[in-house]
Design a protein around this ligand. Structure first.
Ligand code: CAA
Length: 260
Protein backbone atom coordinates (compact mmCIF):
# COMPACT_ATOMS: atom_id res chain seq x y z
CA UNK A 1 0.00 0.00 0.00
CA UNK A 2 1.27 3.48 -0.92
CA UNK A 3 1.11 6.33 1.57
CA UNK A 4 1.54 10.04 0.99
CA UNK A 5 3.28 10.75 4.31
CA UNK A 6 4.80 7.41 5.32
CA UNK A 7 7.57 5.21 3.99
CA UNK A 8 7.65 1.50 4.81
CA UNK A 9 10.73 -0.60 4.23
CA UNK A 10 10.97 -4.32 5.05
CA UNK A 11 14.11 -6.27 5.85
CA UNK A 12 14.92 -9.28 8.10
CA UNK A 13 11.36 -9.39 9.46
CA UNK A 14 11.67 -5.72 10.49
CA UNK A 15 9.36 -3.06 9.04
CA UNK A 16 10.82 0.43 9.26
CA UNK A 17 8.01 2.96 9.21
CA UNK A 18 9.20 6.52 8.57
CA UNK A 19 6.93 9.51 9.09
CA UNK A 20 7.84 11.42 5.95
CA UNK A 21 6.69 15.02 6.10
CA UNK A 22 10.03 16.76 6.63
CA UNK A 23 8.78 20.15 5.38
CA UNK A 24 6.64 20.29 8.57
CA UNK A 25 9.17 18.43 10.75
CA UNK A 26 6.94 15.35 10.35
CA UNK A 27 4.07 16.97 12.28
CA UNK A 28 1.02 14.75 12.69
CA UNK A 29 -2.01 16.12 10.85
CA UNK A 30 -5.27 14.17 10.41
CA UNK A 31 -4.04 12.66 7.16
CA UNK A 32 -0.83 11.34 8.75
CA UNK A 33 -2.82 9.88 11.66
CA UNK A 34 -5.19 8.10 9.25
CA UNK A 35 -2.21 6.73 7.35
CA UNK A 36 -0.54 5.58 10.57
CA UNK A 37 -3.70 3.73 11.59
CA UNK A 38 -3.92 2.01 8.19
CA UNK A 39 -0.21 1.21 8.05
CA UNK A 40 -0.06 -0.25 11.56
CA UNK A 41 -3.19 -2.30 10.90
CA UNK A 42 -1.59 -3.63 7.70
CA UNK A 43 1.69 -4.43 9.46
CA UNK A 44 -0.13 -6.29 12.22
CA UNK A 45 -1.77 -8.49 9.56
CA UNK A 46 1.53 -9.04 7.73
CA UNK A 47 3.22 -12.22 8.99
CA UNK A 48 6.49 -11.00 7.40
CA UNK A 49 6.56 -7.91 9.65
CA UNK A 50 7.63 -9.41 12.95
CA UNK A 51 8.71 -6.11 14.51
CA UNK A 52 8.29 -2.44 13.62
CA UNK A 53 10.70 0.49 14.00
CA UNK A 54 9.17 3.98 13.80
CA UNK A 55 11.34 6.97 12.95
CA UNK A 56 11.11 10.39 11.32
CA UNK A 57 12.39 11.58 7.93
CA UNK A 58 15.22 14.10 7.74
CA UNK A 59 18.00 15.14 10.06
CA UNK A 60 16.06 17.35 12.39
CA UNK A 61 12.93 15.72 13.75
CA UNK A 62 11.35 12.48 14.79
CA UNK A 63 7.96 14.22 14.92
CA UNK A 64 7.61 17.87 16.07
CA UNK A 65 4.10 17.36 17.40
CA UNK A 66 0.53 17.39 16.26
CA UNK A 67 0.03 19.83 13.36
CA UNK A 68 -0.42 23.26 14.95
CA UNK A 69 -1.55 24.85 11.68
CA UNK A 70 -4.40 22.34 11.40
CA UNK A 71 -5.31 22.58 15.11
CA UNK A 72 -5.33 26.40 15.10
CA UNK A 73 -8.82 26.56 13.51
CA UNK A 74 -10.42 23.62 15.32
CA UNK A 75 -13.66 23.86 17.28
CA UNK A 76 -13.96 22.18 20.66
CA UNK A 77 -15.71 19.20 19.08
CA UNK A 78 -13.01 18.90 16.38
CA UNK A 79 -10.27 19.13 19.02
CA UNK A 80 -11.88 16.31 20.97
CA UNK A 81 -12.19 14.15 17.84
CA UNK A 82 -8.59 14.94 16.86
CA UNK A 83 -7.35 13.80 20.30
CA UNK A 84 -9.38 10.58 20.02
CA UNK A 85 -7.94 9.98 16.55
CA UNK A 86 -4.36 10.32 17.80
CA UNK A 87 -5.13 8.19 20.84
CA UNK A 88 -6.47 5.41 18.58
CA UNK A 89 -3.00 5.15 17.00
CA UNK A 90 -1.29 4.96 20.42
CA UNK A 91 -3.76 2.42 21.77
CA UNK A 92 -3.50 0.32 18.61
CA UNK A 93 0.29 0.12 19.01
CA UNK A 94 -0.21 -0.99 22.60
CA UNK A 95 -2.75 -3.65 21.61
CA UNK A 96 -0.94 -5.07 18.57
CA UNK A 97 1.15 -8.15 19.36
CA UNK A 98 3.90 -6.95 17.01
CA UNK A 99 6.55 -5.06 19.03
CA UNK A 100 7.10 -1.45 18.03
CA UNK A 101 10.36 0.41 18.77
CA UNK A 102 10.68 4.19 18.45
CA UNK A 103 13.96 5.45 16.98
CA UNK A 104 13.83 9.11 18.04
CA UNK A 105 16.22 10.85 15.68
CA UNK A 106 15.56 14.50 16.58
CA UNK A 107 12.72 16.60 18.00
CA UNK A 108 10.02 14.48 19.67
CA UNK A 109 7.65 17.15 20.89
CA UNK A 110 4.01 17.00 21.95
CA UNK A 111 2.25 14.45 19.74
CA UNK A 112 5.70 13.32 18.58
CA UNK A 113 6.73 12.36 22.09
CA UNK A 114 3.30 10.78 22.48
CA UNK A 115 3.95 8.68 19.38
CA UNK A 116 7.27 7.55 20.86
CA UNK A 117 5.67 6.81 24.25
CA UNK A 118 3.00 4.78 22.45
CA UNK A 119 5.76 2.45 21.20
CA UNK A 120 7.01 -0.44 23.37
CA UNK A 121 10.32 1.27 24.07
CA UNK A 122 12.41 4.16 22.82
CA UNK A 123 15.97 4.45 21.50
CA UNK A 124 17.16 8.01 20.94
CA UNK A 125 19.87 9.85 19.08
CA UNK A 126 22.25 11.88 21.27
CA UNK A 127 20.87 15.01 19.59
CA UNK A 128 17.21 14.18 20.25
CA UNK A 129 15.13 16.73 22.15
CA UNK A 130 12.00 15.62 23.95
CA UNK A 131 9.21 17.60 25.54
CA UNK A 132 5.59 18.56 25.87
CA UNK A 133 5.32 22.22 24.75
CA UNK A 134 1.48 22.10 24.61
CA UNK A 135 1.02 24.50 27.55
CA UNK A 136 2.95 27.14 25.59
CA UNK A 137 0.17 26.87 22.98
CA UNK A 138 -2.63 27.15 25.52
CA UNK A 139 -3.49 23.45 25.37
CA UNK A 140 -2.37 20.18 27.00
CA UNK A 141 -1.12 16.85 25.63
CA UNK A 142 -3.96 15.02 23.89
CA UNK A 143 -2.58 11.84 22.33
CA UNK A 144 -2.17 9.95 25.62
CA UNK A 145 0.85 11.87 26.95
CA UNK A 146 -0.55 12.66 30.39
CA UNK A 147 -1.34 8.97 30.89
CA UNK A 148 1.65 7.28 29.30
CA UNK A 149 4.35 9.60 30.67
CA UNK A 150 3.03 9.56 34.25
CA UNK A 151 2.77 5.76 34.19
CA UNK A 152 6.29 5.49 32.78
CA UNK A 153 8.23 7.92 34.99
CA UNK A 154 5.79 8.71 37.79
CA UNK A 155 3.61 11.77 38.27
CA UNK A 156 6.22 14.13 39.73
CA UNK A 157 8.59 14.17 36.77
CA UNK A 158 5.67 13.99 34.32
CA UNK A 159 4.06 16.98 36.07
CA UNK A 160 7.28 18.98 35.79
CA UNK A 161 7.69 18.22 32.08
CA UNK A 162 4.05 18.82 31.17
CA UNK A 163 3.47 21.91 33.36
CA UNK A 164 6.64 23.70 32.24
CA UNK A 165 6.72 22.65 28.59
CA UNK A 166 10.49 22.43 29.03
CA UNK A 167 12.35 20.45 26.36
CA UNK A 168 14.88 17.92 27.69
CA UNK A 169 17.95 16.29 26.18
CA UNK A 170 18.30 12.62 25.29
CA UNK A 171 20.70 12.21 28.24
CA UNK A 172 18.13 13.51 30.69
CA UNK A 173 15.42 11.37 29.07
CA UNK A 174 17.73 8.38 29.59
CA UNK A 175 18.32 9.27 33.24
CA UNK A 176 14.58 9.67 33.77
CA UNK A 177 13.77 6.31 32.14
CA UNK A 178 11.91 7.71 29.14
CA UNK A 179 14.38 6.25 26.66
CA UNK A 180 16.15 2.89 27.00
CA UNK A 181 19.39 3.82 25.21
CA UNK A 182 21.06 6.77 23.52
CA UNK A 183 23.20 6.34 20.39
CA UNK A 184 25.27 8.53 18.10
CA UNK A 185 22.89 9.98 15.47
CA UNK A 186 24.46 7.98 12.64
CA UNK A 187 24.11 4.71 14.59
CA UNK A 188 20.58 5.08 15.90
CA UNK A 189 18.55 3.48 13.12
CA UNK A 190 20.95 0.56 12.68
CA UNK A 191 20.87 -0.12 16.43
CA UNK A 192 17.07 0.02 16.53
CA UNK A 193 16.86 -2.33 13.54
CA UNK A 194 19.43 -4.66 15.11
CA UNK A 195 17.32 -5.00 18.27
CA UNK A 196 14.16 -5.33 16.18
CA UNK A 197 15.77 -8.10 14.09
CA UNK A 198 16.89 -9.93 17.24
CA UNK A 199 13.30 -9.85 18.52
CA UNK A 200 12.04 -10.97 15.08
CA UNK A 201 14.30 -14.03 15.37
CA UNK A 202 12.88 -15.40 18.63
CA UNK A 203 9.47 -16.93 19.27
CA UNK A 204 7.27 -14.02 18.26
CA UNK A 205 4.13 -15.59 19.77
CA UNK A 206 5.82 -15.55 23.18
CA UNK A 207 6.88 -11.95 22.59
CA UNK A 208 3.35 -10.94 21.55
CA UNK A 209 1.71 -12.57 24.56
CA UNK A 210 4.34 -11.11 26.90
CA UNK A 211 3.56 -7.65 25.47
CA UNK A 212 -0.15 -8.33 26.05
CA UNK A 213 0.49 -9.48 29.66
CA UNK A 214 2.63 -6.41 30.47
CA UNK A 215 0.28 -3.86 28.89
CA UNK A 216 -2.94 -5.32 30.28
CA UNK A 217 -1.42 -6.40 33.59
CA UNK A 218 -0.49 -2.80 34.39
CA UNK A 219 -4.20 -2.01 34.57
CA UNK A 220 -4.98 -4.94 36.90
CA UNK A 221 -4.33 -5.88 40.51
CA UNK A 222 -1.15 -7.93 40.83
CA UNK A 223 -3.13 -11.08 41.52
CA UNK A 224 -5.32 -10.59 38.43
CA UNK A 225 -2.17 -9.85 36.44
CA UNK A 226 -0.60 -13.10 37.62
CA UNK A 227 -3.78 -15.00 36.68
CA UNK A 228 -3.80 -13.34 33.22
CA UNK A 229 -0.11 -14.19 32.75
CA UNK A 230 -0.72 -17.86 33.63
CA UNK A 231 -3.58 -18.07 31.10
CA UNK A 232 -1.45 -16.66 28.29
CA UNK A 233 1.45 -18.90 29.34
CA UNK A 234 -0.91 -21.87 29.00
CA UNK A 235 -2.09 -20.76 25.55
CA UNK A 236 1.51 -20.91 24.28
CA UNK A 237 1.64 -24.65 25.02
CA UNK A 238 -0.87 -25.13 22.20
CA UNK A 239 1.55 -23.64 19.64
CA UNK A 240 4.05 -25.23 17.28
CA UNK A 241 6.62 -22.63 18.38
CA UNK A 242 6.58 -23.94 21.97
CA UNK A 243 7.14 -27.51 20.74
CA UNK A 244 9.90 -26.36 18.38
CA UNK A 245 11.64 -24.11 20.92
CA UNK A 246 11.80 -26.74 23.63
CA UNK A 247 12.65 -29.64 21.33
CA UNK A 248 15.47 -27.61 19.77
CA UNK A 249 16.86 -26.86 23.24
CA UNK A 250 16.76 -30.52 24.26
CA UNK A 251 18.55 -31.79 21.11
CA UNK A 252 20.94 -28.79 21.12
CA UNK A 253 20.04 -27.19 17.79
CA UNK A 254 18.83 -23.72 16.83
CA UNK A 255 15.06 -23.34 16.93
CA UNK A 256 13.24 -22.34 13.76
CA UNK A 257 10.07 -20.54 14.76
CA UNK A 258 7.10 -20.15 12.45
CA UNK A 259 4.92 -17.85 14.49
CA UNK A 260 2.18 -20.43 14.91
N1 CAA B 1 2.86 21.70 13.42
C1 CAA B 1 2.87 22.25 12.20
N2 CAA B 1 4.00 22.69 11.60
C2 CAA B 1 5.15 22.54 12.27
C3 CAA B 1 5.21 21.95 13.54
C4 CAA B 1 3.98 21.52 14.11
N3 CAA B 1 3.95 20.90 15.31
N4 CAA B 1 6.50 21.96 13.95
C5 CAA B 1 7.22 22.53 12.96
N5 CAA B 1 6.41 22.88 11.94
C6 CAA B 1 6.78 23.51 10.69
C7 CAA B 1 7.08 24.99 10.89
O1 CAA B 1 5.88 25.75 10.93
C8 CAA B 1 7.94 25.27 9.70
O2 CAA B 1 7.12 25.41 8.56
P1 CAA B 1 7.31 26.66 7.56
O3 CAA B 1 8.67 26.42 6.99
O4 CAA B 1 6.19 26.49 6.57
O5 CAA B 1 7.23 27.88 8.39
C9 CAA B 1 8.72 23.97 9.51
O6 CAA B 1 7.99 22.98 10.21
C10 CAA B 1 10.13 24.04 10.12
O7 CAA B 1 9.98 24.42 11.47
P2 CAA B 1 10.77 25.67 12.14
O8 CAA B 1 11.10 26.67 11.11
O9 CAA B 1 9.97 26.13 13.32
O10 CAA B 1 12.10 24.93 12.60
P3 CAA B 1 13.08 25.38 13.80
O11 CAA B 1 14.29 24.55 13.65
O12 CAA B 1 13.23 26.84 13.84
O13 CAA B 1 12.31 24.96 15.13
C11 CAA B 1 11.04 23.45 16.51
C12 CAA B 1 12.07 23.58 15.39
C13 CAA B 1 11.63 23.95 17.82
C14 CAA B 1 10.69 21.97 16.63
C15 CAA B 1 9.79 24.30 16.16
O14 CAA B 1 9.38 23.95 14.85
C16 CAA B 1 8.62 24.07 17.07
O15 CAA B 1 8.60 24.60 18.18
N6 CAA B 1 7.61 23.33 16.61
C17 CAA B 1 6.38 23.11 17.35
C18 CAA B 1 6.59 22.12 18.48
C19 CAA B 1 5.33 21.97 19.29
O16 CAA B 1 4.84 22.89 19.92
N7 CAA B 1 4.77 20.73 19.31
C20 CAA B 1 3.57 20.42 20.05
C21 CAA B 1 2.36 20.60 19.18
S1 CAA B 1 0.85 20.47 20.08
C22 CAA B 1 0.54 18.81 20.22
O17 CAA B 1 1.33 17.98 19.82
C23 CAA B 1 -0.78 18.48 20.84
C24 CAA B 1 -0.98 17.07 21.22
O18 CAA B 1 -0.49 16.58 22.24
C25 CAA B 1 -1.86 16.23 20.46
Amino acid sequence: MEFKNLLIEMSDGVATLTVNRPQALNALNSEVLTELECALYGLEQDAGAKTVVITGAGEKAFVAGADIKEMAAMTSYEGHQFALKGQRVMLFMEKMHTPVIAAVNGFALGGGLELALGCDFIYASAKAKLGFPEVTLGIMPGFGGTQNLSRLIGPNRANEMIFTGKVITAEKALAWGIVNEVFAPEELLAKARETAAAIAGVGTLGVGYAKDAIANGLNMTKEDGFRYEASLFGVLFATADQKEGMEAFVVKRKAVFQGK
